[in-house]
Write a protein that binds this ligand. Structure first.
Ligand SMILES: *[C@@H]1O[C@H](CO)[C@@H](O)[C@H](O)[C@H]1NC(C)=O
Ligand SMILES: *[C@@H]1O[C@H](CO)[C@@H](O)[C@H](O)[C@H]1NC(C)=O
Ligand SMILES: *[C@@H]1O[C@H](CO)[C@@H](O)[C@H](O)[C@H]1NC(C)=O
Ligand SMILES: *[C@@H]1O[C@H](CO)[C@@H](O)[C@H](O)[C@H]1NC(C)=O
Length: 740
């Protein structure tokens, strides 16, 4: 038997367990088990079965159980606002929350999302998203999630879920597992090796489970040739046993394929309850689940377990105590009888502002001071003249881009376009604004030629595969700006020497053409900012605040550098394994244009000192499985500390980042992996402490033979810096031990 010994290191801190514990679940289970006794069989089957598509006010609804006062559960999209309802707040997309690298804002966004959902009577809000993780740079729904890095995505999942559930709505971590593209998503098999599955795709779901997420949604695709929603390997074994998930697993809409196999594999709720079309409205569960119990192919105990899990999640977030009625219908325009928007616009503006990433800034082009004249160029500078909601589920790229398309959307209550906000600002500064709000290059050149400075807006859109926009079936056909954005910038750069480019995008855009223009002095990445787009942007353009976002994924010099892309096939073998995004660029010595973690500020930061206090025992993490995994995995094993000074002349924020390189005794691993970050807001000449707490998990790789997370022996490399390639302090620590 393998075993391990000890360790030792620079200094020692006491090992302490943290983690949320599971007392909330224990109490919820007691209540659920008591309620279970009062239910008759029809009610039990109804609790696990949807009432059919459009059979209730929400995108998903189950049957009420009167005997225990349990409602027809309302399940509603989306991860950035309540879909098909108004008025609601249209929040920045997940990818922008990720780009803030700010735990407090992630939590605040989640709490505001949850408050709106609860206010409207939504029991289960279908988000947040950790799958797709975003390994394919053109993947249509990547923007719904937070980052291609599992650590950053995991932190964002945890904060968002805590925020949502503290507000009283049940969160739903989706899509489980390996749903990385839109093309063929309902038939493709994601064949993922065990190590990549754990270290990349499962990782952020561990955080979700640790944050006591109420529900998980299994995805459309197959995993290793078995449908995700009937895979014993990923539902029962991985999610419920290995991760210790105590809530329930629902199917994605019509992602169930069998009555018996799905039930035995660990599915707990079928959505929307009209699963196949022949005969129309046929369902796998409902009466068929009862038949399967009657003929002995599904045990009664399995149905009781489904019901217990669903009820426990309901009790967990106290929805048995005076929960609001559903106050809108998805199918008649969504007008709600209550206004739940509160002051959430302030959260939107903060997230949008602090997710803006300054990529380039030469000759002090930004912030704008008092330009005499400013050309504002591009169709992305204004709101679609037909209105921000002109296309259903935002399925068009007309006007400024502030969210992608598909089910992961909400209706804009209003959308502040960039030009609108710039005009308001220019009145104060006495700037003459010269707009050219089409993508016509001749008109753009005329406007830019007579202006001191030109701001050009370009974008790139994507979404869910059920809508095709400008030839893109969900996934993007290429990583270029839409509407000939490169040509638009070139036309402006030919006549104006002071060009600022603003990018609204769902994911990476190849910027080489733009970067090569000497007249392009600044590039500002605004992502998908939500309803306060223009206000957040002007806050940064005019220097009211310093930009402080950092790249949640790499921007390559060319698309092929990513080494991954969505496939037009029925199988994706995930051949890149653990080497995606910066792990791939680092491993292969590829120079990105803007690396993972990168982002400039209007001020400068100096790092000084590094202290490394780690005391870890090598070997596998075991112990009782708590929500998230074996308890030892979450034990604290050390802290790494550095000091950051704002050495410039204006206030700003730095995201100090910690990357760890595993010792050579570990299997072939990425040169460095993100394992901590801290955002520090600092006044000029103020310094702050970045302290990164490490758990056993942060030092572990997934050992496929042992089927455990293992801390290897040897010397770990420690990198602290301003991005994944701008390392300011380095060090190491050693975990000693031997196997016997
Ligand atoms: C089950 O309980 C419901 C009340 O929720 C009742 O309407 C129904 O008749 C009961 N069904 C059976 C078979 O007893
Ligand atoms: C999928 O298959 C690969 C290759 O055999 C294996 O390593 C991995 O553990 C499997 N994943 C699951 C979830 O069964
Ligand atoms: C039991 O009933 C279910 C639901 O109708 C059906 O799918 C399954 O094939 C049946 N199994 C047997 C062994 O009859
Ligand atoms: C979007 O723009 C296209 C091209 O200008 C136009 O034909 C279409 O009507 C617009 N659609 C909406 C909904 O605004």
């Amino acid at each position: 038997m393998q075993h391990l010994l000890l360790c030792v290191l620079a200094t020692t801190t006491a090992v302490q367990a943290y983690g949320l514990g599971s007392s909330g679940w224990d109490v919820a289970y007691l209540k659920a088990l008591e309620a279970l006794q009062k239910l008759n069989q029809t009610e039990k089957v109804g609790i696990v079965t949807g009432v059919t598509w459009k059979g209730g006010p929400c995108v998903g609804n189950t049957y009420a159980a009167e005997s225990i006062g349990y409602p027809s559960l309302c399940l509603q999209d989306s991860p950035l606002g309540v879909r098909f309802a108004n008025p609601v707040t249209a929040f920045p997309a997940g990818i922008n929350a990720g780009a803030t690298w700010d735990r407090n804002l992630m939590y605040a966004r989640g709490a505001a999302l949850g408050a709106e959902a609860k206010g409207l009577g939504v029991n289960v809000q279908l988000g947040p998203v950790a799958g797709p993780l975003g390994k394919n740079p053109g993947g249509g729904r990547n923007w719904e999630g937070f980052s291609v890095d599992p650590y950053l995505s995991g932190v964002a999942m945890e904060e968002t879920i805590q925020g949502m559930q503290d507000s009283g709505v049940q969160a739903c971590a989706k899509h489980w597992l390996g749903n990385e593209q839109e093309h063929n998503r309902e038939t493709i098999s994601s064949n993922i090796d065990d190590r990549a599955a754990h270290e990349l795709y499962v990782w952020p779901f561990m955080n979700a489970v640790k944050a006591n997420v109420a529900s998980v949604m299994c995805s459309y695709n197959k995993v290793n040739e078995t449908w995700a929603c009937e895979s014993h390997a990923i539902l029962n074994k991985l999610m419920k046993s290995e991760l210790g998930f105590r809530g329930y697993i629902m199917s994605d809409w019509n992602a169930q394929h069998t009555t018996v196999k799905s039930a035995l594999a660990g599915l707990d709720m079928t959505m929307p309850g009209s699963d196949f079309s022949s005969p129309p409205g046929s369902i796998f569960w409902g009466p068929n689940l009862q038949k399967a119990i009657d003929n002995g192919s599904v045990p009664q105990s399995r149905l009781d377990d489904m019901v217990t899990r669903i009820l426990a999640a309901w009790y967990l977030v106290d929805q048995d105590e005076e929960y609001p009625e559903v106050s809108f219908s998805s199918w008649n325009g969504g007008k709600a009888s209550v206004d739940v928007t509160d002051d959430h616009a302030a959260v939107v503006r903060s997230v949008a502002r602090d997710s803006i990433i300054l990529l380039k800034n030469e000759e002090g082009a930004l912030p704008l001071r008092r330009p005499r004249s400013l050309a504002v160029i591009g169709s992305d500078a204004i709101v679609n003249p037909d209105g921000p909601n002109a296309c259903s589920d935002r399925g068009c790229d007309n006007g400024t881009l502030a969210m992608g398309w598909g089910s992961g959307t909400a209706q804009f209550p209003y959308l502040i376009g960039p030009l609108h906000a710039i005009l308001a600002q220019s009145e104060r500064t006495g700037t003459q604004v010269i707009p050219s709000t089409t993508d016509d290059t001749a008109a753009a050149a005329s406007a830019a030629a007579v202006a001191e400075t030109a701001v050009v807006f370009i974008n790139s859109d994507s979404g869910e595969g059920f809508i095709t926009v400008e030839g893109n079936k969900g996934d993007r056909n290429n990583l270029d700006p839409w509407h000939d954005g490169n040509k638009l910038v070139q036309a402006v750069a030919a006549v104006n020497k002071n060009v600022i480019v603003v990018v609204h995008s769902v994911g990476p855009v190849i910027l080489e053409t733009i970067f090569a223009e000497p007249s392009v002095k600044a590039i500002v990445w605004a992502g998908l900012p939500g309803q306060e787009s223009g206000s957040a942007l002007t806050d940064v353009l005019y220097g009211k605040v310093s930009p402080s976002g950092k790249r949640p994924y790499t921007i390559a010099k060319q698309r092929s550098d990513y080494g991954t892309g969505w496939v037009n096939a029925e199988v994706d073998d995930f051949k890149e394994s653990i080497f995606i995004d910066y792990r791939h660029f680092d491993e292969n010595g590829l120079m990105p244009r803007y690396e993972f973690g990168f982002g400039l500020s209007y001020t400068t930061f100096e790092y000084s000192g590094i202290s490394i206090l780690v005391s870890a025992r090598a070997g596998p993490s075991t112990g009782k499985v708590i929500p998230g995994g074996p308890s030892e995995l979450f034990e604290r094993v050390g802290t790494i500390i550095t000091h950051v000074l704002n050495s410039g002349s204006v206030a700003g924020a730095e995201v100090a980042q910690l990357y760890i390189g595993l010792p050579y005794s570990a299997p072939w691993s990425p040169p460095k992996q993100l394992r901590g970050f801290q955002k520090l807001w600092l006044q000029p000449m103020q310094s702050g402490v970045a302290a990164f707490a490490l758990t056993r998990r942060d030092l572990s790789y997934w050992d496929v033979k042992m089927q455990k997370w293992v801390i290897p022996v040897g010397t770990f490399r420690v990198y602290v810096g301003s991005s994944s390639r701008d390392i300011r302090q380095e060090g190491s620590f050693t975990v000693r031990g031997r196997w016997f």
